[in-house]
Design a protein around this ligand. Structure first.
Ligand code: ZN
Length: 336
């Protein structure tokens, strides 16, 4: 009996009953489960108790969080009920959102990852299709509002945007930096979207916000400055480095154009393949790229200076706060 509770805990099944655990044909772990009596025969949409209809499509599987590197699934009957409002629908199960084929814990992890790293990294790590990330985010977003008050006690938050459906649609998301949770999300990426978040937060809770991290977008900075008087707006390190990298690339293009215009074909040629050597973090450079960089150091001081500025800025984020501030002051003086 206790072992079954361990399995229920591992797969985020909560109070559901574990009936069996077995190894599937592909080496996957399958946990056969059923909802407890009081959680049976609930409409998947409104969770109202309804009369049973049929057994639906029989046994069904929900992908759960991997157990180490092994894929894991929850397996259960998926009977249908007849809801007076929603018609014949598959029953709700306590471990997953309707009508997802993933467990709630799995989806929450995908949503967290999607806002902390790229969507393709999320897809690869979680071993799901790229487009699935988008539909999972949509479900988590729709569900966010229904859960407990996620906006209580927010102090340090991050506001960011995620594109999905191949960049066709945008979702603005809010992260609680203290808990790492996704606390708010809504379609759109404009001033109106940010304002609707701040409206929901309310005046009192806006005043309690101490820190907001975001990119440099005015549609975030404006509303935050207006509504959160005690908040410091921070620019995500990622976006700062991106800015420096863009500036470096501009210098590289300028230098290359000048070289070509003044007939220095050899110099232009040498600069041509330098882009990646300049972009990459020095610790990841190949031998050839290192040589390229050494060449730039000797032949093009302006470009090399831009490179050092980018690299030093990156370094600032790795240092303890007081050392970082001192270095940032020197960096600014040098950059001007
Ligand atoms: Zn219903």
């Amino acid at each position: 009996m206790r072992k079954r509770r361990v399995w229920a805990g591992l797969l985020g099944l909560g109070a559901a009953v574990v009936e069996d655990v077995y190894c599937g044909d592909q080496g996957e772990v399958v946990v056969a489960a059923r909802p407890r009596a009081r959680e049976r025969d609930l409409c998947g949409v409104c969770r109202r108790r309804c009369p049973g209809f049929d057994l639906g499509e029989g046994r069904r599987r929900w992908r759960a969080l991997d157990l180490g590197s092994t894929l894991a699934y929850v397996e259960a009957w998926a009977p249908r009920v007849s809801c007076p409002e929603h018609g014949v629908v598959v029953c709700a199960v306590p471990w997953a959102r309707h009508p997802s084929r993933f467990t709630r814990a799995f989806e929450d992890q995908v949503a967290w990852l999607a806002v902390h790293c790229s969507k393709s990294a999320t897809a690869e790590l979680m071993r799901i299709a790229w487009r699935t990330v988008g539909s999972i985010i949509e479900r988590v977003v729709a569900d966010t509002g229904r859960e407990i008050d996620l906006l209580a006690g927010l102090r340090r938050i991050g506001i960011d945007e995620i594109s999905h459906r191949k960049g066709q649609r945008y979702i603005t998301v809010v992260i609680d930096h203290d808990t790492g949770r996704l606390v708010w999300a809504s379609p759109g990426r404009d001033r109106k979207t940010v304002l609707s978040f701040l409206d929901e937060l309310g005046e009192e809770r806006c005043e309690q916000i101490r820190l907001v991290s975001a990119d440099m977008a005015a549609w975030i900075a404006g509303p935050v400055a207006e509504r959160c008087p005690n908040a410091v707006l921070c620019i995500d390190a990622f976006h700062v480095i991106q800015g420096a990298t863009d500036a470096l690339d501009q210098v590289r293009r300028d230098v290359w154009n000048e070289a070509r215009r003044s007939g220095q074909d050899q110099l232009a040629h040498r600069l041509k393949g330098a882009r990646y050597a300049l972009w990459k973090n020095p610790e990841n450079l190949t031998g050839r790229q290192q040589a390229k960089l050494a060449d730039i150091q000797h032949t093009n001081r302006r470009l090399y200076r831009a490179y050092l500025l980018k690299e030093q800025l990156r370094q600032i984020y790795r240092l303890p706060a007081d050392t970082a501030i001192a270095l940032l002051d020197r960096w600014i003086a040098w950059g001007i």
